[in-house]
Design a protein around this ligand. Sequence first.
Ligand code: UD1
Ligand code: UDP
Length: 380
Amino acid sequence: MTIKVLNVFGTRPEAIKMAPVVLGLQNDPNFFPLVCVTAQHREMLDQVLSIFDIKPDFDLNLMKPGQSLAEITSRVLHGVSDVIKETKPDIVLVHGDTTTCFAASLAAFYEGVKIGHVEAGLRTGNMQAPFPEEANRSLVGRLSNFNFAPTPAAVNNLLAENISESTITKTGNTVIDALKIATDKVKHLDEDLLEHQFGTDIINKVSDKSRKLILITGHRRENFGQGFIDLCNAIKELANNHPDWDFIYPVHLNPNVQTPVNKILNGLDNVILIKPLEYLPFVWIMSNADLILTDSGGVQEEGPSLGKPVLVMRDVTERPEAVEAGTVLLVGTNTKSITNGIENVLNDDTLYNKMATAINPYGDGKATPRIIQTLTDNFS
Ligand code: UD1
Ligand code: UDP
């Protein structure tokens, strides 16, 4: 019997982290995988699909500029329900903590179809941070029949919520599987593609080892408004005080991010604002950065594996492992704490070298085969 798996995802990080699973299922004759993208993201999703050569069977094409949470939730719920009715899968696989993940799980639950949750069990314990992701991930944990937890801490979080041990598999995080695929491809990255993505000026700055390179990403909803203004003011202050440091910032397409970033940071000589990068060029720039400043979940996991100090602009994180290992530092969203944090790390070689030790608490790159094995054991 072949096992019909409907993989549902919609945003850039879900696509990156589900790509190895989709590719693994496609290569296993026991499975008949289907891909439904909600397109909660459009351009940023398509960038990932093309790199991993994934062609969706269903594309709900839901994204609207400035979409509200209620709008995405209801559109995903209806759209995915229809796809489930049409395809009658044995299981729906979802990923992480997005609205797509939550609403697709609810659709599967309503249709009586089993749910497998990849990257289950991460918690801050604070429903407001990350918002709404902490709620999304917790609710999906409650609905899921298979919880693929990346780390021992994630397993323990699920057990502490009385989620049955029989539903939990410790897998490692598929982000490391994806990063391995990407770093292999980056080794053979075409110079023309790099030139096309970055332009000569940026490539020259990256190669100039007398300058420091700080890579920035940010998009958290709870940081919208004053949080983003404070963050941009911190970057502006650092850029003015350190003309020999370069700041490269691929700006998330959310208008709540674009507006303050462009208003405050446009026109500074050593701050380079660019469009979101394709995954391979992004991995290339992460590998060449001296330090990463981010509020992203995925980047918090990738940075330590690449031996890059990561400063996280959040007060709490659902990914404590790298903080405990000393390669990730929480600096909050306050202007002073961000500027102090970056100056402390970049001006102190001992601290820098300690933070730049490559560690990998998020997996060994074999999360995908563990997920596939669990599904094989339970459905064959
Ligand atoms: C979403 C997820 C968040 C995840 C993040 C990854 C929710 C509630 N939020 O946040 O958990 O960490 O993606 O990046 O699920 N936009 C575009 N083109 C794109 C993508 C976004 O124009 O390719 C703009 C649109 O105006 C869109 C807006 O960004 O309406 C917001 O997108 P949305 O998915 O609602 O929120 P994100 O902040 O991207
Ligand atoms: N990323 C990318 N291009 C960029 C910025 C990030 O490909 O310009 C990748 C990054 O390597 C990571 C993922 O996108 O794998 C993280 O996505 P994001 O920060 O949007 O979401 P989060 O992980 O916070 O949910």
